[in-house]
Design a protein around this ligand. Structure first.
Ligand code: PPS
Length: 274
């Protein structure tokens, strides 16, 4: 397990995709007013929201073209020899990081944060990691049964950190569930937040392009472009809410409910999922 993970400052980073020096250097990474940041706990709807943001910016005009959504909206924490300071504006970034690792210049800047029911989140990650070289299924199973720690930190810590620090940013918080229930409404919210005045027809077009079945067919958006020797996981698996019911026992579900109460019960968070 540990060969795939580098632990730095109490946080798990996938080995080979970043370095401690680079993560530290992010503190002084220069932010532009036109930058758009998407932050998620992994498996919460990252590539879906990427597709929405990219489609909105494309229609609004002035976006530089890249071969696929990952290059268009890269994860800030995975540098891989890139110099993002050379990118033309507007720059779009994704991140799974917690606030303390992100550039200090990002404070008061626009961030879209998407979260998802932790039960569906872990089911998605479980299926993904069974095929992925980034983390072994044993890690996921152990996490599932013990502390829910997959990815950088636990889902609970991620949501807690972002909730407690939300006032330091100009943040739009969305859930995977509300995006499933009303995709057009979510597109509108993102559009308004980003200050992109798209017509009703353009909003419908973005929602259409971002539907699961349409995205799955789109080679720029479905992440099948990732070499199989790097990550074998299927990024677009099922795209539904409540799939956890097919995998959790009643006891496991109650355990997560108790954890939610224990770890986040003191916060003014309300979730719409069952
Ligand atoms: S990652 O690896 O962190 O970037 O993964 P992430 O994109 O956050 O999450 C992957 C899950 O999102 C689902 N997905 C979608 N759901 C609905 N509609 C659309 N368009 C869509 N695109 C991706 C994807 O299927 C993963 O969830 P599961 O439950 O595994 O299907």
């Amino acid at each position: 397990i540990t060969e795939h993970i580098v632990r730095y400052k109490n946080y798990n980073f996938p080995a080979g995709m970043t370095t401690a020096e680079y993560i530290d250097s992010l503190q002084s990474f220069e932010i532009r007013d036109s930058d758009i940041f998407l932050v998620t706990y992994l498996k919460s709807g990252t590539i879906w929201t990427q597709q929405i943001i990219i489609s909105i910016c494309e229609l609004a005009g002035g976006l530089n073209e890249y071969p696929n959504n990952m290059e268009q909206m890269p994860w800030l924490e995975f540098c891989e020899g890139q110099d993002y300071s050379k990118r033309p504006s507007p720059r779009l970034f994704s991140s799974h990081l917690i606030p303390s690792f992100l550039p200090s210049g990002l404070k008061e800047k626009k961030i879209i944060y998407v979260m998802r029911n932790p039960k569906d989140n872990i089911v998605s990650y479980f299926h993904f990691s069974r095929k992925s070289s980034v983390a072994g299924s044993v890690l996921v199973l152990v996490s599932l049964l013990k502390s829910f720690t997959v990815g950088g930190s636990s889902w609970f810590d991620h949501v807690r950190e972002w909730h407690l620090n939300r006032d330091q940013y100009n943040i739009l918080i969305l859930t995977y569930e509300e995006m499933i229930l009303d995709l057009k409404g979510a597109v509108k919210k993102i559009c308004t937040f980003l200050g992109k005045g798209l017509s009703e027809a353009a909003i419908i077009q973005v929602a259409e392009k971002s539907k699961f079945e349409n995205m799955k067919k789109n080679p720029k958006a479905n992440y099948e472009f990732i070499p199989q020797d790097k990550i074998q996981g299927n990024f677009m698996r099922k795209g539904q809410i409540g799939d956890w019911k097919n995998f959790f026992t009643a006891e496991q579900s109650q355990r997560v409910d108790r954890l939610l109460q224990e770890k986040l019960g003191d916060l003014s968070l309300r979730f719409i999922w069952e």
